[in-house]
Design a protein around this ligand. Structure first.
Ligand code: AMP
Length: 293
């Protein structure tokens, strides 16, 4: 695996079939799944590692984000990544940017409403990665459903010559969605946090049994969030990320909570026929906690 610091070097290595997996690092099995799918579908696999200050509204959240470069590089190498793109702040933002990518509508509810500026930061950095590296395919997780809707829509809107590939959410054995932030959960918060996925699964069960009313579906999640403070529980149209009151089109049911000072998000994908995509569970505890951090 080559560790590359500049866009120009990345482009010089690109082949006719190049896949990109953008990450903020502190790699877990969710990221590794994206990388292995990317490996299967491309000759060259590039994974980027950049903790993007533009997408963190709160500087304390940016500072507290877990970082361990050597650990991540080792895991990426083991996942058969060809190129680790780790740009410096100066490479990514050589001059104070006056250009930003703003995606309307899709970014206004849920994460957008609770994290002002977040999606503008994500949309801008994703556009820069796609423009600077020019991959043929880019891999994103369903775990960040609203982000995925946004990135998918940016492709036709900006005429980006890339295919966006959506990958399922990877979970701990008890259902908790993997997130780099999970390493900051205390034992007590970790025990409580499982309520988030349990609530979403209970709602998916309700949908399977015939419920289509948005408020009833959302209430089922809220009822399971003991010990956590819910920021939102929202049934949303998967194409527009707009809240909907009835499950009458492809949707996702998303929630954000704060537990023990850590902010977590999760979702399940719901279909009008009552089926759902809840992601996949690991058999064992995630590699996230394998070492001191
Ligand atoms: P992050 O480093 O958290 O920005 O995530 C990088 C990519 O991995 C994004 O496309 C995420 O949606 C995806 N991702 C994060 N967590 C998971 C997970 N538990 N399962 C699947 N994909 C994930």
């Amino acid at each position: 695996m080559r560790i590359v610091k500049t866009f120009a070097e990345c482009r010089s290595l690109a082949s006719d079939s190049t896949g990109l997996v953008p990450t903020l690092g502190f790699v877990h099995e969710g990221h590794l799944d994206l990388m292995s799918r990317c490996r299967r579908e491309n000759d060259l696999v590039i994974s980027s590692l950049f903790v993007n200050p533009l997408q963190f509204g709160d500087p304390a959240d940016f500072d507290a984000y877990p970082r361990k470069f050597d650990r991540d590089a080792g895991l990426m190498e083991a996942a058969d990544v060809d190129v680790l793109f780790a740009p410096s702040l100066e490479e990514m933002y050589p001059v104070e940017p006056v250009t930003a990518v703003v995606v309307k509508g899709i970014t206004e509810s849920m994460e957008g409403a609770h994290r002002p500026g977040h999606f503008e930061g994500v949309a801008t950095v994703v556009t820069k990665l796609l423009a600077g590296i020019q991959p043929d395919r880019a891999y994103f997780g369903k775990k960040d459903a609203q982000q995925l809707t946004m990135v998918t829509r940016m492709v036709p809107d900006l005429s980006l010559p890339v295919e966006i590939v959506a990958c399922p959410t990877v979970r701990e054995a008890d259902g908790l969605a993997l997130s780099s932030r999970n390493v900051r959960l205390s034992d007590q918060a970790r025990r409580l946090a499982v309520g988030l996925s349990e609530g979403l699964f209970a709602a998916a069960d309700l949908v399977a049994s015939g419920e289509r009313d948005g408020a009833a579906i959302e209430r089922t999640v809220t009822a399971q969030l003991a010990g956590m403070s819910a920021e939102y529980v929202t049934l949303a149209d998967r194409a527009s990320a707009e809240p909907i009151v009835q499950l009458d089109r492809p949707a996702f049911l998303a929630a954000a909570v704060e537990v023990g000072g850590v902010r977590l998000i999760d979702n399940v994908w719901l279909e009008t026929d009552g089926s759902s995509d809840r992601g996949r569970r690991l058999d064992e505890t995630s590699i996230l906690y394998g070492e001191a951090h």
